[in-house]
Ligand binder design. Structure first.
Ligand code: HEC
Ligand code: HEC
Length: 226
């Protein structure tokens, strides 16, 4: 599989940060920036936190495909963003990742709401990094599903233009390697607290029904979609 490396001078701190976070077994304070109280944070504090998120997710939340894919969050639905930040905070998502995702993504509830609101309003250009030759096949699977292997039409839930709605995420313009990675490891990364079931359950049968080739095709299609 081809994971194109995108090097952009607009992300001078990302690689360093990821390396810092990955290399420290004890989570470094540079990677943690948690306010855990429930008071509404000031505009200045919110602004500082946004800059922290943008260091990894890009200045307009367009994502970053370095050695580990960092998803696009710009233009994502507010509800999905808030849900995922809560899932990270409660260790229902990526609890076993090598970097402490719950500390990175788990500020206070009012801060999570402010960040979700901010990033949902951005509209970055797609990075468009999937293999072009797979786009036509991916488009077909997205719109129609694959009856023979019980893959449902993605459009039925994610919408005809993959813009999502409320708790159903936007998929258009997402990074190719990120979409592939999520669909190939759904059940090990999401909804991992059986005592606290969440929306991730909806995608289990979908992800499990898909073959590697089908996943690659849909991910390629989505990476170009505005
Ligand atoms: C050290 C880098 C780093 C920082 C800083 C960071 N993130 Fe992330 N974020 C990631 C990675 C990597 C993932 C993908 C996790 C996975 O593999 O599922 C991610 C995933 C997410 C997701 C889930 C996206 C989706 O489509 O499901 C959201 C939402 C998110 N981050 C928001 C934020 C916000 C808001 C901040 C600031 C508080 C932030 N991130 C800070 C690296 C980072
Ligand atoms: C029955 C409705 C439904 C169908 C059909 C469906 N999805 Fe989803 N999908 C969801 C929901 C709900 C979520 C959010 C899960 C969560 O919050 O944990 C999701 C999440 C995702 C994500 C994670 C997005 C991110 O940013 O991390 C991907 C990727 C995805 N779906 C791909 C697909 C593909 C590809 C198809 C078609 C083959 C598809 N889905 C069909 C409901 C659906």
């Amino acid at each position: 599989m081809r994971h194109r490396k995108i090097q952009s001078p607009r992300y001078p701190r990302v690689q360093l940060m990821m390396r810092l976070c990955l290399s420290s077994m004890i989570f470094s304070t540079a990677c943690v920036a948690a306010e855990r109280d429930m008071t509404t944070p000031s505009a200045g504090v919110i602004h500082a936190k946004m800059a922290y998120c943008q260091d990894c997710h890009g200045p307009s939340g367009q994502g970053y495909a370095g050695f580990a894919p960092i998803p696009r969050i710009g233009g994502q639905t507010t509800r999905y963003l808030a849900n995922q930040l809560k899932a990270f905070a409660e260790s229902r998502r990526d609890a076993n990742a090598s970097i402490a995702m719950s500390s990175i993504h788990g500020p206070s509830e009012p801060m999570r709401a402010a960040l979700a609101e901010h990033f949902s309003k951005l509209e970055p250009e797609p990075i468009a990094d999937g293999p072009k030759g797979l786009v036509a096949a991916g488009k077909r699977i997205y719109a129609e599903g694959v009856l023979a292997s019980n893959v449902p039409a993605c459009s039925a839930c994610h919408g005809p233009e993959a813009r999502g709605k409320a708790e159903i995420p936007r998929l258009s313009g997402q990074l190719y390697p990120y979409t592939v990675q999520e669909l190939e490891s759904w059940s090990t990364k999401r909804g991992t607290d059986p005592a606290n079931a969440d929306m991730a359950a909806v995608m289990i049968p979908v992800a499990h029904a898909m073959s590697h080739d089908q996943i690659a095709a849909v991910a390629a299609y989505l990476s170009y979609l505005k």
